[in-house]
Design a protein around this ligand. Structure first.
Ligand code: ACO
Ligand code: OAA
Length: 371
């Protein structure tokens, strides 16, 4: 049997590349984004400040952030033919598959597709940030026979995104919590989807292809798809009295409980989950009904007691999105939209210092067979 040294299934703990973008400092429970603590900037700043930080490696002045917002808004609007493709998709198609198709179709309408210069890739990133929310919302609306909506540039970037999804202008608290959720979903070092994007970029393929591949990766319920599964579980329980028996039954059946555990944190809290837990409480306070919050807290305690596992971001983002009136099918597409800036930053960094990803295998098949 051919052997290769240092085989680690799932590449657990393996350093895949060097990066100046982000790092999970598990020991200090800090997600470092270009030197800043993600949770601190999510509390103090806005999503577009973080977009600027990821793009330019420094925080913007107010004027620089406003200019970035203008740049993105100038690219609002989907090409007619992309809208036509979205309308032709089967109604039952998974929203992540529709999104993947939409992003892939957008590539055909970008005249700079094959220009891999940093300047062209920055412009393509701006276009993706401008157009992915409209794909997410309108592919869903088309499938539901709802009228398609156009961007409203007078709203902030995240308020417009939430408007496209729900069809109503969000209140201040809703827009602010949605913006914070985009921030905590924006970038997270080297998850499967980001690795996928960098692997694709390392062949000198294009940025749309890298984001399309990452979308397929993020769909899976061991990754981004978990936020939708969490909400379905909470709805199945229905009340705070039924969440413990439901979880216990799933554990007896050896099922994984979605929204718990994490390859990197595993036995530590995901700082983003705690932040979204606070956001959930604020939304419950606003409506004067704490049932969902109480149910989540009971679920968290049961899993800690039974499995010594902590919630990840998806566990608390799901009920937050539910209270924001977002259809469950769109939770993972929203994750991808928020993550677009992280993915594009990694693609640009990969191209800037490229080495083709091409690992080896530990061969376990037969040898010396003859036809
Ligand atoms: C934003 C995000 O994308 S975060 C991830 C979202 N995904 C989820 O929430 C899905 C549920 N969680 C999981 O499946 C896992 O925790 C993962 C995939 C996220 C990480 O898993 P891995 O690093 O591969 O850990 P692994 O699968 O080896 O699990 C280690 C042990 O913990 C258990 N475990 C891990 N997560 C869970 C869970 N959610 N429910 C029940 N048991 C779990 C495993 O069964 C295993 O137990 P064992 O050693 O007794 O067999
Ligand atoms: O880091 C991971 O493996 C998954 C995750 O939490 C994310 O992508 O936000």
């Amino acid at each position: 049997m051919a052997t290769v040294q240092n085989f680690t299934p799932g590449l657990e703990g393996i350093i895949a590349c060097d990066t100046a973008i982000s790092f999970l400092d598990v020991e200090h429970e800090e997600i470092v984004i270009r030197g800043y603590d993600l949770i601190e900037i999510s509390k103090k700043l806005k999503y577009l400040d973080l977009v600027y930080l990821l793009l330019e490696s420094r925080l913007p002045s107010d004027e620089e952030r406003d200019n970035l917002e203008r740049e993105i808004k100038a690219e609002y609007g989907l090409p007619e033919n992309v809208l036509a493709i979205l309308k032709l998709l089967p109604r039952q198609m998974d929203a992540m598959d529709a999104l993947r198709t939409g992003i892939s179709a957008l590539a055909g309408f970008d005249p700079e597709l094959e220009d891999h210069s940093p300047e062209a890739n920055r412009r393509k990133t701006i276009r993706l940030l401008a157009r992915i929310p409209a794909i997410v919302a309108n592919s869903y609306r088309a499938g539901q026979n709802l009228p398609l909506l156009e961007d409203r540039p007078e709203l902030s970037y995240s308020a417009n995104f939430l408007y496209l999804i729900t069809g109503t202008t969000p209140g201040e608290l809703e827009a602010s919590i949605f913006d914070q959720s985009l921030m905590v979903y924006s970038e997270h070092e080297m998850p499967n989807s980001t690795f996928t994007a960098r692997v694709i970029a390392s062949t000198l393929s294009d940025i749309y292809g890298a984001v399309t591949g990452a979308t397929a990766s993020l769909k899976g319920k061991l990754h981004g798809g978990a936020n939708e599964a969490v909400m379905r579980m909470l709805l199945e329980a229905g009340t705070e009295h039924k969440i413990e028996p439901l979880i216990m039954e799933k554990l007896r059946n050896k099922e994984r409980i979605m929204g718990f555990g994490h390859r990197v944190y595993m036995k530590k809290a995901d700082p983003r989950a705690l932040f979204m837990k606070e956001a959930l409480l604020k939304l419950c306070d606003e409506i004067g009904n704490w049932e969902l919050y109480d149910m989540c807290v009971i679920g968290e305690e049961v899993i800690k007691r039974e499995k010594k596992l902590y919630p990840n971001l998806d566990y608390y983002a799901a009920p937050v999105y539910f209270l924001l009136g977002i259809p469950i099918d769109l939770y993972t597409p929203i994750f991808l939209s928020a993550r677009t800036i992280g993915l594009c930053s990694h693609v640009m960094e990969q191209i800037g210092n490229n080495r083709l990803f091409r690992p080896r295998v530990q061969y376990t098949g037969p040898r010396n067979l003859h036809p």
